[in-house]
Design a protein around this ligand. Sequence first.
Ligand SMILES: C[S@@+](CC[C@H](N)C(=O)[O-])C[C@H]1O[C@@H](n2cnc3c(N)ncnc32)[C@H](O)[C@@H]1O
Length: 297
Amino acid sequence: MAPRSATSWGRPLSVGDPVPLLGVAVGGAPVEAGSRNLRCRHGSKPGWMAMSGPGPQTDLGSIAFSPDGEHWIEFGPPDDRRRIAFHDYASLYAVPGLYERVFCTELAMGTAERVVGFYAEALRRLGRHPGDERVVDLGAGNGLGGEQLRRIGVNRIVGIDLEPEARNAAHRDHPGVYDDYLVGDLTTMSGSEIDRLTGLRPTAVLALSALGPGHAPPAVIDRACGLMPEAGLFAFAVMPTLLPGSDDPLGQRTGYPEFLAELFTHRADELARHDYVHRQRTDGTDDLAVALVGQLR
Ligand SMILES: C[S@@+](CC[C@H](N)C(=O)[O-])C[C@H]1O[C@@H](n2cnc3c(N)ncnc32)[C@H](O)[C@@H]1O
């Protein structure tokens, strides 16, 4: 297996980086229009006109990926191809259907469905009813996780994301899924915004494909968990190199190994742990993840 890419969970890369012109699909084959049709765990349509909510249709054409690592994606009709950086979420969310087409349809990203499923299983084992849960979806993006939470029966959900474009996309792509959606960083949010969150009286915090290098650092998930009282649940996934005991230098620099060791030693019980495939990388290898479900003491 190829070495894990340091960028596979989301370090933004510059659009201005020099890049070759030929794109490749997952697995390295040259891309032809309509050639990709992977199963989408989230139910998005794999068609070339991708759109999951109301609004103008966008011709996404075929999706091509940079051949030398996860640097950019290219999309659009043959006479109007556009290229954007692989983890430039603001640009991805701004184009209707593009985020789900790239990560869900082309790369079979399954984290929202898998981790929400692990959370649902924990609720079942604890005898807690999903309809009584009030969930903070940290790093909510365009609403894939919120959609899954509704599917299992949660009816109070607040999203948070750094990107204003994420909130716009959530309202456009998954209208009505979030009761509230805050834009910003939890560690620097104003008192009134924190009051909006605590007013929900959260019973659970989920972070789906949103933690790790290039995404939220430990202080953010720590702050989110701090919004809950005793017995609050959390569910998230991390790259295996972020687990306690990891000697991976990048993993250690994130602070996650130390944070998770402290969390599960002193403040929370681990209810479940699952190894699974987060998604395919553009070179066709599996991007592995570990989902953790815990409960505050
Ligand atoms: C890969 S996307 C995942 C979105 C969504 N949860 C999903 O499963 O499709 C990661 C999201 O985390 C957001 N994010 C990164 N750092 C964050 C932070 N410190 N606080 C809130 N959101 C953050 C990004 O803006 C991005 O929308």
